[in-house]
Structure formats: C-alpha cells, structure tokens
Design a protein around this ligand. Sequence first.
Ligand code: AMP
Ligand code: MG
Length: 306
Amino acid sequence: MTPSPLAMAAAALRAGHLVILPTETVYGLGADATNADAVAAIFEAKGRPRFNPLISHVADLERGEQIAVFDDRARTLAKAFWPGPLTLVLPSRPDSPVSDLARAGLDSVAVRVPGHPLARKLLSMVDRPVVAPSANRSGRPSPTTFADALAETGVSARAALDGGPCEVGLESTVVSLLDGSPALLRPGSVTRADLEAVIGPLADRPEEGRRSPGRLALHYAPEAPVRLNATEAGEGEILLGFGPVGPGRWSLSEAGDPREAASNLFCLLRAADRETPRAIVVAPIPGDGLGEAINDRLKRAAGFVG
Ligand code: AMP
Ligand code: MG
C-alpha cells in the first residue's frame, strides 16, 4: 500500500526535512521545531535573517501548553480563536523542546493552532511543534496558492501538500502577552475589535512591535515598486483598487468585501508583478476592521513602515 501524501509529509517532517503545507492564512514551509538542523534549513531556504523568530504550530491547546506558559488571558484567547489565525507570544517553558534557533534565542515563544483541516491532521500525526513561516523567500509576498508556494520554495521541500487556495490570505494576527496588557504586534484577520471583545483594551507598545522582528519595513514586496493612496495610474502602471473599478483597472474585491480583498491581496500583487509594470499603484483601502491588516501589508510592500 502506498502511504498517503499526508503520512509521507508527516514522516518527512519527523525525519528533519522541510514540507510545504497549507494553512488558512498562507502556505507555510514547515520543519520540526525541536530539530535545530531542520530549523536552520528553513532560514537557509527562505534567506531569512536568523534574528527573526518563527511561529511554532501545534495541533491543540494541550500541546501548546507543553511549549509555552499560558496564563488566564492566554487561555481565554486560545479558547476563543483556536483553531484559527491568531498567534500568541508567551513565555517559553523552561523544559520546552523547541530549539533556541526557532525562538531566535528569546525566552518567549510564538504559538498557534492553525484552522486548516490538513494542517491540523498533519500536526497531530507529527505530534511535535512545527515551525512554518510563509513559504516565500524572505521579503517577498506570502504564497496563498499551492502553485505560488512551489514556485517560491518548492526546491527546498521534501514533500508538499495541496490544500487549495488559502481562505484568509494574510499572515496570522500576532498578540504578545509578555508584559502588562496584551499588545497587537501584527494585525491580521482576527481584528483588534475581535480581540478587544474577548479580553478588553489592547495596549499600544510600539517598541515591542519594533522588536518583533517580522515587522521589517520592506516586506511582502513584489519586484515592481508599490505606491499607495493613488487615484490615477500613469503610463505602464497597474492600478489596484477596492470595490467597483473602471476598465483596465484591477480590484481586490469588486463587491467591496474586506475578506475577499485580504484573500486576494498577495495573489493579485504577484499577478500584477508578472506583467512587469513600471509600478503597482494602490487606491486607498478603508482602514477599519480587517482593513488595518490589509493596509499594514500594503505599507510594507511599499517599504513605508519603520
Ligand atoms: P512568520 O513570519 O509568519 O513566521 O511570523 C513570525 C513573526 O512572529 C516574527 O517575525 C515575529 O514578528 C513574531 N514572533 C515570533 N516569535 C516571537 C517571539 N518569541 N517574540 C516576539 N515576536 C515573535
Ligand atoms: Mg512571512
């Protein structure tokens, strides 16, 4: 009997190889978080700076509690949003098997239970924490389709699982519970309002946001320059709008639906880039709700965030 793709992917991870896996946010390049060599291979394959720590993905809260220290607020958030696109930054457990390299030497750890059914099955079969940063080479837009993931880092992976297009299309929301009240380090599809409805006001700790190393200025960037808040496209430029747009323009969502816009964002940036335009110019996107995360990624694609 031939083993299933899922069983082969789980075996590859356990043997220290890299695997492309679908999640509901973006495609990940996975490795056994407890195997320092496997984690090193992730940094190598992505060209990712080693000071940028990785998120450990686990099958459930119980397994999360084996690598991180959860207080009441952390458990409340986990119960409200897991499985799903929320990452919690928590104190690392002293006896955690997660390699130092995965945490970039920090005494904290980022942990998430993804919602994609294939990812969850894979994680239960592996039965170890799996680091799975986006499957793009560092600095480029995250892949939200199987084909884009293969094109980015397929050569480095021993196995690859096709889970269809990613539903969310943006990387997970990251919340730190390290000191004082919870702080939003990276906006995502679990919005500020979603979080505040469960645990009350979030703190603004921009210093911590800056320390959270995924928050580099030029990130998620296509080859073409990106210009924001545009109303017109010049010669050889592609205009990316929101809602109904005129002929010759591209829309993140004709219906003006932020969820659809989020899930189309990286895919459209990549498609626009393939046309080798002089620039990709983006019309203003409403900033409330999911718009906070969409605008965050756009600013980074344009290289605007310090
Ligand atoms: P990703 O690039 O999607 O793998 O997300 C990883 C991001 O999560 C990092 O770039 C950091 O911004 C954040 N992160 C991961 N681990 C930690 C940590 N231990 N402390 C603070 N932020 C973290
Ligand atoms: Mg990434």
